[in-house]
Design a protein around this ligand. Structure first.
Ligand code: AP5
Length: 230
């Protein structure tokens, strides 16, 4: 029996995919849901950025795509996620933020989980209008040290430019410049939006209004998934 199927036997198996356009709030909600369910928040964007800051080959390769707002090739991303999901902390569940993002990636995830006799709990779609996405991303600030996310208007830090959590100077992500944001939204519409149909066909889709306040979105998702911790 694999580690994943043993975890299922033990009844601990909240496995979530967060879907939504760039800026829909996937990272924000994934952090809150991971804390609630006590499962890891696995963000492919964060793993690429971490590799980039460490100057690894993976990071340098990914940068060429990320800076243009394009997707890193499927084979690279799928292998990276498969390795991450085999780590011990992911056996009791996970929140995937930013993966899958193409139909081949969704197929790959389905096959990985089938191989481990594991199943997704739900694919949560955070629905936010295009105008709001641009406003959210161009005013987003992130902490390069601890990864905390802020917004200049909706969620400002207590001291301007300084992370509440660790005190580091906040920065703007390179791909949050307005022209790159527009490319990212187009890439989402073309390559990622078809996953809505993919997960709806499997009765896994939970669509939530992502324009509500952060804590209301979190509470709505938890209520849809059945409330209590596993
Ligand atoms: P990634 O880092 O995944 O970026 P993204 O999907 O474009 O999503 P974002 O991180 O920009 O937004 P989010 O939805 O997490 O929103 P957030 O919570 O921060 O990917 C970056 C790049 O990596 C890709 O372009 C690609 O190149 C590559 N990549 C990653 N995964 C890949 C894959 N699977 N395949 C291939 N390539 C891949 O919120 C945004 C802002 O809004 C914040 O300021 C926040 O404070 C604010 N906010 C959030 N929720 C609310 C709310 N309810 N009300 C008001 N403000 C809110």
């Amino acid at each position: 029996m694999t580690g994943h199927s043993q975890a299922k036997e033990a009844g601990i198996f909240v496995r979530l995919v967060l879907l939504g356009a760039p800026g829909a709030g996937k990272g924000t909600q994934a952090a809150a849901l991971a804390a609630h369910y006590r499962i890891p928040h696995i963000s492919t964007g964060d793993i690429f950025r971490q590799n980039l800051s460490q100057g690894t080959r993976l990071g340098l390769m990914a940068r060429g795509y990320m800076d243009q707002g394009l997707l890193v090739p499927d084979n690279v991303t799928e292998a990276m996620v498969a390795d991450r999901l085999r780590e011990a902390d992911a056996l009791a569940g996970f929140v995937l933020d930013g993966f899958p993002r193409t139909l081949p990636q969704a197929d790959a995830l389905e096959q990985m989980l089938a191989g481990w006799q594991a199943e997704l709990t739900a694919a949560v779609l955070l629905a936010v209008s295009a105008e709001r996405l641009v406003a959210r991303l161009t005013a987003r600030r992130v902490c390069p040290q601890c990864g905390a996310t802020y917004h200049l208007a909706f969620h400002p830090p207590q001291t301007a430019g300084v992370c509440d959590r660790c005190g580091a100077a906040l920065v703007q992500r390179d791909d949050d410049a307005a022209p790159t944001v527009r490319t990212r939204i187009s890439v989402y519409e073309e390559q990622t939006a078809p996953l809505i149909t993919f997960y709806r066909a499997r009765s896994l889709l939970q669509e939530v209004n992502g324009e509500q306040p952060v804590d209301v979105v979190t509470a709505t998702v938890i209520a849809r998934l059945g409330g209590a911790r596993p």
